[in-house]
Design a protein around this ligand. Sequence first.
Ligand SMILES: [Zn+2]
Length: 258
Amino acid sequence: MNFSQQLSLIKTLVPSGEVDTRMDCPFCSGTNTLTIKRENADLLWYCFHASCSAKGNHEGEMTMEQVYETVVTKEKEKEKDFVMPKSFVSIFSTDKCTDYLKKNHCMESYIKGKAEIKYDVKQHRAVFIIKEKEKVKGAIGRGLNSEVYPKWFMYGSKSYPFICGNTDTAVLVEDCASACAVSEVHTGVALMGTSLPDSYIPVLKKKFKKVIVALDRDATTKAFDISNQLRYYMDTEIKILQDDLKYFDKPQIESLFQ
Ligand SMILES: [Zn+2]
């Protein structure tokens, strides 16, 4: 069944208003495998049956309140263009910075031009530049010794993720170094934690066909939460890791994701 046929059938299955339900799937006849959700004006559906392709999302009309929120948020973001501080200098200014990048498998992505990385003299951090195409949106800095607090610092807006790579499969990881390391195989996207900020969802929808959520064993539940948020829009997969991807070299990353 194509998208619009699925949509018209789904609409007949649920009442109007907020819905979050699970039922037998009319597409594959699976028992209790179909989830349907209506949030705000969006209608989302997904079937868990392995051989069923029922999945979709339909954006309904926004209420005035939602329109206002969207416009106001966009305007606010426009206001603050990120200006790179003068304290951001070349990573080769100190061995501390290049040592960190080598040890955490970031150097390859820097050399290949996939990631722009600087050294912040003022805060003593390795700084990963967040870009949307060529536009700089902000930066994320990792302290280079234990006295630098907090360990990770966000410069500028937090609404756009650090992305390293150009492939149409994304691997969601906990931090920028892991995003660089995994970019040897797929595109790395740094969550800067273990949950998915709402503002990242449209970015992921636009850029990727598939998302692999790759988190630490401790964050298994979080990985499933993230996959639940994204599976209506694209293929999702979960990979539970024994260790951070930044500690893995290229062959190890390749064998993990093949
Ligand atoms: Zn189904």
